[in-house]
Write a protein that binds this ligand. Structure first.
Ligand SMILES: NC(=O)c1ccc[n+]([C@@H]2O[C@H](COP(=O)([O-])OP(=O)(O)OC[C@H]3O[C@@H](n4cnc5c(N)ncnc54)[C@H](OP(=O)(O)O)[C@@H]3O)[C@@H](O)[C@H]2O)c1
Length: 163
């Protein structure tokens, strides 16, 4: 591990000079949920899961139109590359607003009733803001909000899966 004084150099070196390994692990038969899958890292993660032949991919987004656009983008881009993609993957768009306790619980309930398994939950959705803003149910916004989002969905989905 780098020391504090080495950290900036470590981060810059990793970002500029190290290319991450291209994922090749197959997700055959697996059900995968990606929150905030309509753009950024979530979209790219979802694209990989689709390419790697998961059985069911749930794009959990708080704007369904953006979710449908992300789905179309994934389908088009993977097919365009004509890689060895089987036609066994179903992509679904699921509404999830992590600022809302009701929406988070409703999403978890749908996981419980509509999915027979969840193999991977990628809790990617977050915002980064310097402005403190209380949100539904007393959870707070501000610079720590990305941290708040993660347990909210994990706990809800885990509870739904255990029942
Ligand atoms: N990029 C980096 O350098 C970096 C560095 C460290 C950590 N991270 C973390 O990595 C994750 C993704 O980063 P990114 O750069 O890809 O972020 P991004 O492009 O801003 O994407 C964030 C995603 O979260 C969604 N989202 C925001 N608020 C939401 C809510 N209330 N309910 C549901 N979804 C919500 C956004 O949907 P909308 O588009 O509809 O708003 C979007 O899909 C974040 O957790 C971020 O904190 C990123």
């Amino acid at each position: 591990m780098p020391t504090c004084s080495q950290a900036p150099k470590f981060v810059i070196t990793r970002r500029l000079f190290i290319t991450p390994l291209y994922p090749t692990h197959q997700f055959t038969n697996q059900t995968i949920i990606v929150t905030g899958a309509n753009k950024g890292l979530g979209l790219e993660a979802a694209r990989h899961f689709y390419r790697l032949n998961c059985a069911r991919l749930i794009l959990a987004v708080h704007n369904p139109d953006k979710g449908q656009a992300a789905k179309a983008d994934i389908l088009l881009s993977v097919k365009r590359r004509a890689c060895s993609k089987s036609d066994t993957t179903t992509i679904q768009v699921g509404p999830l607003d992590l600022r809302s306790t009701g929406s988070t619980i409703a999403f978890a309930d749908r996981v419980k009733t509509e999915l027979d398994r969840v193999d991977v939950l990628v809790e990617n959705a977050a915002i980064h803001t310097a402005v403190f803003e209380p949100v539904d149910g007393g959870r707070a916004g501000g610079s720590g909000e990305c941290v708040e989002y993660m347990p909210a969905c994990a706990v809800a989905v885990a509870e739904a899966a255990e029942e």
